[in-house]
Design a protein around this ligand. Structure first.
Ligand SMILES: Nc1ncnc2c1ncn2[C@@H]1O[C@H](COP(=O)(O)OP(=O)(O)O)[C@@H](O)[C@H]1O
Ligand SMILES: [Mg+2]
Length: 328
């Protein structure tokens, strides 16, 4: 985890009075009606609720993947409001502070296990990449325009009798567009080569090898996601989420697509990470899965209806104090 000074008073992550309304054309779909949740460093919190109760929406807001309504409250990380503008700081929060695990893994099929595992560490840091492309495109346009003028003039591309200012400008403009396009393609090719090189060697590869090795995937680095079982894919996805050494892991139904035995393997793996200090927020519809957590926040129709500490964890007898209602 990173080395910001932990403060046991200030929650590591808070969502206060979160509201979210989706809009489908003119139809408003209110999903969260002022949900609040507060996570202390080192906790494993389960957000438990029926399908459609707004769990994924809440987790996406906490992760900065979506914005709450304008009249909504705030999301705070270590006491500071998370500003969800597009920019380096927000990208840093999404990519490095938070590790996110999706129910359906969302691995990139054309990348192998190791490359997928490295992704979080290879995401461009902030705005620099966009600015570089813009500057290079402008340089390409200027060079193109200049070559266009030369072509129209001294190089004699336009015969003397056809040479008019308008034609020269049109030729120069066309060359400017071609120049800036060529530059964008070139810079992207260079970035792809650099990315490949960083993938094969570099720190990102070492981190991914170590994490994925710990997850029992040491023999599978060169396999593509389609060659893996569901449990293995989810392990790669968790490895990817942990690859940037995030402060918190947010997991949306991490076992929701797995059979019970494989799901238990994944939960045991999360348990080991939690025991080593990882803060986890996990969404689930399954009270049995929630038993792994230290605290269960129940969500019903977009509202938090209960918040109870429990003595985790499985291995002992389950002890959810409010009984085992079954969600579907
Ligand atoms: N992008 C969206 N646009 C419109 N409605 C959505 C969108 N995402 C989710 N919803 C609706 O919001 C409600 C809650 O969704 P979700 O947060 O995914 O619930 P859960 O994860 O608890 O199953 C559902 O009724 C769902 O149909
Ligand atoms: Mg969901």
């Amino acid at each position: 985890m990173n080395d910001l000074t932990p403060n046991s008073e200030t929650p590591i992550l808070e969502g206060e009075d979160l509201r979210k309304t989706y809009r489908l054309g003119r139809v408003k779909v209110p999903v969260l009606h002022g949900a609040s949740v507060s996570i202390q460093e080192g906790e494993w919190v389960a957000i438990l609720g029926a399908s459609g109760s707004g769990k994924s929406t809440l987790l996406h807001l906490l992760a900065g993947l979506d914005k709450p309504d304008l009249d909504s409250g705030d999301i705070r990380y270590r006491g500071s409001k998370v500003e969800l503008q597009n920019g380096g700081e927000t990208n840093h929060y999404r990519n490095r502070t938070i590790g996110f695990v999706f129910q359906f893994y969302h691995l990139l099929p054309e990348l192998d296990v190791l490359e997928n595992g490295m992704l979080a560490n290879l995401v461009p840091r902030g705005r620099k990449s966009g600015i570089l492309i813009l500057v290079m495109a402008l340089i390409g346009a200027v060079i193109g325009a200049w070559l266009g003028l030369l072509a129209a003039g001294d190089w004699g591309l336009l015969p003397l009798e056809e040479r008019t200012p308008i034609r020269s400008i049109v030729l120069s403009g066309a060359c400017a567009v071609i120049g800036s396009g060529t530059m964008i393609v070139l810079i992207q090719m260079v970035q792809a080569v650099i990315l490949r090189t960083r993938m094969r060697s570099g720190e990102a590869a070492d981190v991914a090898r170590s994490t994925l090795g710990d997850f029992g995937l040491g023999q599978r680095y060169r396999h593509r996601p389609r060659e893996l079982s569901g449990g293995e894919r989810q392990r790669v996805a968790i490895g990817r989420a942990l690859g940037s050494d995030p402060d918190l892991l947010l997991a949306d139904e991490p076992t929701g697509n797995l059979d019970e035995r494989t799901g238990t393997e994944i939960l045991e793996l999360l348990k080991k990470k939690h025991e080593k200090g990882l803060t986890i927020v996990m969404v689930t519809h399954d009270p049995k899965v929630a038993e792994y957590a230290n605290r269960v926040v129940r969500l019903k129709n977009g509202r938090v209806v209960s918040d109870s500490v429990q003595n985790s964890v499985v291995g002992e007898m389950p002890s959810l104090d409010e009984g085992h209602e079954t969600f579907s």
